[in-house]
Design a protein around this ligand. Sequence first.
Ligand code: 5CA
Length: 157
Amino acid sequence: MAKLKGPERVRGALEALALDCEVLTLPGSTRTAEEAAAAVGCSVGEIAKSLVFRGGERAVVAIMSGDNRLDTGKLAEALGHKVSRADADFVRAATGFAIGGVPPLGHATPAPVFMDADLFRFDRIWAAAGSPFSVFAIEPARLRDAGGAAVTDLKVD
Ligand code: 5CA
């Protein structure tokens, strides 16, 4: 069987979680939060960035509002373990997706997930859907519940 493309895998993960979110493929790049906001026509804050870090040998995922920077000290405190930046190979191995299209759920390996409380400023947020041209929209609470995410303050003040 042919390997499923990123957006198809995200569609499958959303269906498996009974989330009726449509995966949109856009004509413009959604590789960065700024590009995704321009492509969708929303504010940068409404873009959910799915950032992967290393906590020892394990991955840890931080879903950040697009206009916030992650404070790695706060993430380490929430996790209870030192964290370091993941390189592109680690991100792909841990999630199954390449940087620029990493979705907030449906990853290859289970990992603790933390979510920036500022995402709850919005009724609906947009996240990457497995490629640098695809996104889906979801309510923050549904994303939290689907991924078992711990909501906390993670931003650089
Ligand atoms: N599709 C968009 C918006 S949903 C997106 O994926 N944005 S993102 O911010 O979640 O993904 C880009 C992030 O990947 C950057 O913020 C950065 O943390 C990380 N990144 C970019 N380049 C590298 C790299 N060479 N090595 C490790 N991480 C990187």
